[in-house]
Design a protein around this ligand. Structure first.
Ligand SMILES: O=P(O)(O)OC[C@H]1O[C@](O)(CO)[C@@H](O)[C@@H]1O
Length: 521
């Protein structure tokens, strides 16, 4: 029997509140760093030696995970139970990368086979584009692919493409149009040779205003170029759900499908990320990413929190949010390739757990998802780290690092290479945040320390490691949702603004709103 309880009603949570808070510096100096490593799958390791933990706290967090039946809930989700209570849907993004998993049957369809079938169709399509069997409408080979989508139909795929473009041969260059700002579409379209460009229209719902406006923008801009024998629809494929209005449009060169059980922000391992990544790098690279994600998913099934990186990461996040009252957290990848990964995690985390009601729609009285932000190191160090070190708020830090660079090109300067400098900075920051530095004479030079950090690291940012990193965070967010008793899979909070924007455009807004709109007309 699985129970769903609000956090504050749990005995283990009440017990957690009474525990003395362990010091970050004590943990950091007392232990052998490697003792606080956990295998996170895909060649990744999660290290928590710069977190404020001790044995007593770990036991209390384990009790919380057990009482809230977090792993049982994950198993329930994997089995195809309706876990998206707001929209009354299953939650099946794990199935897109778990071809060994149990079948999930819905209204007679085997959904594991359905996702696998789409993946195979994508691989075949990508191969035909790469070999030149499918060309553009003027018989020219396709060299560029442009994804048109927004939110989950943009952020994850874009972050993953940027993360891999240094390491793998780019069979096609990829670009993205997301914002309804006409400058976004114009800049991308003008940078493309349309005869050699394939557009991927991605919208699960098929109703997103920005994406439909951008599709129209591409159609109009292409028409304006007046290219002889050019047919833009022969340059456009679609990724959508079978129930969306776009699914019925047979003008696309090809259509690939997901379904309502894959949430936008969890859709990078479905056709939403699969089409662009397979076209850009080849289906085998996308396959590697899925393997890494599946490894992280399987590590996440461990009951013991010291063997389950995503679960411990989630519990420490809840501890920092609800016991230490820290309201934000920073994602700090020491890898330029992960430049857009924090932006993807912002949607993943804040759209999932930015909630004030529980999974049954009842108000809750405790804090939920934190504010997320981040930039790659060392750029962030010269930007917002001042506040992280000496600001009045403590912000837990999530560092990500790699032993080797992706390009392998490096030079020594002052007796060390750039990669070595990058990683020396990464470790220096973790130590500075944890230990601080006392200066009683000049208080502006005093660092209190005690600022907790975690580190996820691997040898290199490969497709497999990236898949595991993506899944680690998806699972962390899911576990935190279970602990807070939220539904992490709907996003009603984004609807009000959409409705009001439509009211404004159709002249139905209130007088004040209209006056404000007129200011900017
Ligand atoms: O793929 P669609 O249906 O166009 O939705 C795009 C995005 O819009 C949202 O529904 C709301 O912003 C996201 O959750 C989603 O990723």
């Amino acid at each position: 029997m699985i129970n769903f309880h609000d956090l504050h009603t749990l005995k283990s949570f009440q017990a957690l509140k009474t525990l003395p808070i362990p010091s970050v510096a004590d943990n950091f100096t007392a232990i052998h760093v490697e003792e606080q490593n956990i295998d996170a799958g895909g060649g990744l390791t999660y290290n928590y030696s710069a977190k404020g933990v001790n044995e007593e706290l770990l036991e209390a967090l384990q009790a919380l995970a057990d009482e809230q039946q977090v792993i049982d809930k994950y198993e329930l989700l994997l089995s195809g139970e309706m876990m998206n209570t707001g929209e009354k849907r299953k939650v099946l993004h794990h199935l897109t990368r778990a071809q060994q998993a149990n079948d999930v049957i819905h209204e007679g369809t085997n959904l594991r086979q359905f996702y696998h079938h789409e993946q195979k169709r994508i691989a075949e399509f990508a191969q035909r584009i790469h070999t030149g069997e499918i060309t553009g409408s003027t018989d020219k080979k396709i060299t560029t692919v442009v994804q048109v989508g927004i939110g989950g139909s943009d952020l994850g795929p874009r972050a993953l493409y940027l993360a891999l473009q240094n390491l793998y041969l780019n069979k096609l260059e990829a670009k993205f149009i997301s914002n309804v700002d006409p400058d976004d579409a114009t800049a991308i379209i003008e940078s493309c040779d349309l005869e050699r460009t394939l557009f991927i229209l991605v919208s699960k719902s098929g109703t997103t205003q920005e994406t439909l406006a951008n599709q129209n923008f591409v159609l109009q801009a292409a028409k304006k170029q007046n290219i002889l024998h050019y047919d833009v629809m022969k340059h456009m494929v679609c990724v959508t759900s079978q129930t969306s209005p776009l699914a019925k449009d047979d003008r696309y060169l090809a259509s690939f499908f997901i379904d309502d059980f894959i949430g936008g922000r969890y859709s990078s391992t479905s056709a939403v990320g699969g089409v662009i990544l397979s076209l850009a790098f080849g289906a085998e690279v996308f396959e590697e990413l899925l393997i890494g994600a599946a490894e992280a998913d399987s590590q996440a099934r461990e009951q013991s929190i010291t063997e389950n990186a995503a679960l411990l990461d989630a519990l420490l996040g809840v501890y920092e949010r609800n016991i230490k009252n820290y309201a934000a957290t920073a994602i700090l990848p020491y890898s330029q390739a992960l430049s857009r990964f924090p932006a993807h995690l912002q949607q993943l985390d804040m759209e999932s757990n930015g909630k004030s009601v529980n999974r049954d729609g009842q108000a809750i009285s405790y804090a939920t998802g934190p504010v997320l932000f981040g930039e790659p190191g060392t750029n962030g160090q010269h930007s917002f780290y001042q506040l992280l070190h000496q600001g009045s708020d403590v912000i837990p830090l999530q560092f990500i690092g790699f032993t080797h660079s992706q390009c392998g090109v490096d030079y020594d300067y002052e007796a060390s290479s750039s990669q070595k400098k990058l990683n020396a900075n990464l470790i220096a920051q973790i130590a500075a945040f944890a230990l601080g530095h006392t200066n009683n004479e000049n208080m502006n030079k005093n660092f209190e320390g005690g600022r907790p950090a975690s580190l996820i690291y691997a040898q290199q940012l490969t497709a497999r490691a990236l898949g595991a990193l993506l899944a680690h965070y998806e699972n962390k967010v899911m576990f935190q949702g279970f602990i807070w008793n939220l539904n992490s899979f709907d996003q009603e909070g984004v609807q009000l603004g959409k409705v009001l924007a439509n009211d404004i455009l159709h002249g139905n807004a209130s007088s004040t709103v209209n006056q404000l709109f007129q200011i900017i007309q």
